[in-house]
Design a protein around this ligand. Structure first.
Ligand code: DAH
Length: 339
């Protein structure tokens, strides 16, 4: 038995392999459960008692030598994988995991597309704004509550720099720089200092529309609103305008649509009224036109603004506003089919 061990030791020292598969075959041959060394362990039982100690030590040395040699051969391929085919350069690529569009982006695009069909073009403005574009130019009185610390994030007090609280600031930027006719739609992020809950967040998204030309009337506004509501929520959608107040429009209105969840029958979402409010609108106040250098005797216009989260809620019934900014893939992946 001792000679057999010696012979195996030399054999093992000289082992070579040219692929990782060959190494694995050698491992099974020598160290596997039914391999050469295992079967020799069985023979060990028959070794006379006085030789057991010496033979035992040799057996252990053999096992160790085999393990080390095979490990060495294995490493050779791990370091030098390409030349041995361990990396298969001809195999097809792993599928690329595609992301999904964010629900707010999907809805923003949809809103913009509808207005583009009416001839509106996209306009953008800064999120870090000055008091003039967010408030003063839009006819907010100096003591208007919207300027309050509770609502507005102030970045600097003098001169006043704020995070815009609505996208109406883009209206005045465009009016200052462009001669009518103006027909723009302004999507963007806005900020308000609100406690975060399922129904309020410190930032959200709005889309603003503005149309200025000669003889623009409230009837034009109403037509655009009806077109928008039907395109967005389906041909059977009804609209309802309620008088309201905004500093920058006169007259002003809020628009409700027939609840698209219950079809106007009444449900918890519409608080059993059959209607849900979706936007604010009105005829641009002549003061705003004049503030931006547009002759209010010659031109009139309408404006409207809506929250994208609100519209998305109505379309997809997202109950908790915070879901939109938490980046939970389980939530986001549900919108795979929506675009
Ligand atoms: N800026 C308003 C808000 O943030 C929304 C709005 C209302 C925009 C009426 C308008 C408008 O253009 O005409 O609540």
């Amino acid at each position: 038995m001792q000679e057999k061990i010696e012979a195996l030791l030399t054999e093992i020292e000289q082992l070579t392999a040219s692929t990782a598969e060959e190494v694995e075959a050698l491992r099974i041959r020598y160290l596997g459960k039914k391999g050469i060394i295992s079967s020799m362990m069985n023979e060990f039982r028959d070794v006379p008692a006085d030789q057991k100690r010496a033979v035992g030590m040799k057996m252990n040395a053999l096992k160790q030598a085999a393990t080390e040699r095979i490990e060495q051969l294995k490493n050779q391929f791990a370091q030098n994988g390409t030349s041995t085919g361990a990396v298969d350069l001809s195999r097809t690529a792993y599928p690329v995991a595609l992301g999904t569009r964010h629900p707010l982006s999907i809805v923003r695009e949809e809103i913009c597309d509808i207005f583009k069909r009416l001839g509106f073009t996209i306009a953008e403005g800064p999120e870090v704004e000055d008091d003039w574009h967010v408030f003063s130019s839009l006819n907010f009185a100096d003591d208007h509550p919207a300027r309050d610390m509770q609502d507005t994030f102030f970045i600097q007090h003098d001169p006043q720099v704020v995070l815009r609280t609505h996208t109406s600031s883009v209206q005045t930027r465009v009016m200052e720089q462009t001669d009518p006719p103006i027909r723009i739609i302004c999507p963007g992020r806005v900020y308000r200092n609100e406690a975060i809950s399922y129904r309020a967040h410190c930032f959200f998204h709005q889309v603003e529309a503005l149309y200025i030309d000669k003889d623009v009337s409230f009837a034009d506004l109403k037509q655009a609103l009806l077109f928008f509501a039907r395109e967005m929520f389906g041909a059977g959608t009804k609209i309802r305008l309620r008088p309201s107040y905004f500093p920058f429009t006169e007259p002003s209105a809020e628009m409700d649509i027939s609840c698209n969840i219950c079809g106007g029958e009444g449900c918890p979402f519409c608080k059993h009224t059959g209607w849900v409010e979706i936007l604010g609108c009105g005829m641009v106040d002549p003061n705003v036109l004049e503030n931006c250098g547009i002759n209010s005797k010659e031109y009139t216009g309408y404006a409207l603004g809506m929250g994208i989260e609100r519209i998305t809620n109505l379309k997809y019934q997202v109950k908790d506003l915070r879901m939109f900014s938490e980046n939970d893939l389980r939530f986001l992946e549900q919108f795979r089919a929506a675009h």
